[in-house]
Design a protein around this ligand. Sequence first.
Ligand SMILES: O=C[C@H](O)COP(=O)(O)O
Length: 328
Amino acid sequence: MATISQLKKPNQDHARNAGVPLRLDLLEDVRINLSAVERRASTLGGRRSVKKEHQAAWLLKAISCMDLTTLNGDDTAGRVKRLCAKARQPVRPDILRALGMENRNITTGAVCVYHSMIETAVEALEGTGIPVAAVSTGFPAGLSPFSLRVKEIEASVAAGANEIDIVITRGHVLTGNWQALYDEVKTFRAACGEAHLKAILGTGDLVTLRNVAKASLVAMMAGADFIKTSTGKESINATLPVTLVMIRMIRQYLDMTGHKVGYKPAGGISVAKDILNYQIMMKEELGKPWLQPDLFRIGASSLLGDIERQLEHHVTGRYSADFRHPMS
Ligand SMILES: O=C[C@H](O)COP(=O)(O)O
């Protein structure tokens, strides 16, 4: 990983995943060694750590990969505008100056909102190049009538969303109805058009890591641009074991098809040191391209404040109070 002075702009030149025909035989072959997965995930933080200047560089990179999110029933246009202002300038200028990064135009990777807030976000982010992501298809349960879920995607694209975070029907996974899951995601992908599709698997609902692995493969075969763990509304959201399983499926799919698919852990990631573990895992398993925002996003509503706090500690040697790092 680069030091701060070497931090580069992302390379976004890979082709979109076009999907491939459903291969049920590959699903039959999926095997997960649970204890090996848990061991690898639990030893990651102890084996590898990222210090000082390198840590600040990794945290700035994490910001550039963040889908800064608000998904609450009480969201208002005012809150979304404040969130967008934070996305444009996620770190206080004095901290960036002290890091020598004031001219790097660091922004978050995207802003993620419900459909009703898309136009507000698009307007607030105009001229920045920051994409607007909309959760869709009856988020978070994904159980509204299928035709309405497709129309919801079309409406969000028409309203200006560049990225659509769809939720899969978890029941298709739990009943092993892989064809239905494939058809669903493929239809959603077609409805997205040029907008990129992130497939939220709701991994906390899928019971086994084998199900997570199979659902990951099916979503990619159906053309997902990203696979994403969670809505943030399940009782278990992103974890490192689930991440290991999903990114190994991304590697398998890349070996099989040549298509690069992105990864988005989401839900419950609120502490800077946790995101460093995700970044280390991405780099070790998939390599540096998966540390860039075109292939790695972090879905988080409350991580940015802690990252900014750690950066301030890096430049001043002191921690400041949370209220000095408002999220929005
Ligand atoms: O997609 C993003 C998640 O909803 C964010 O979850 P969070 O509020 O737990 O950070």
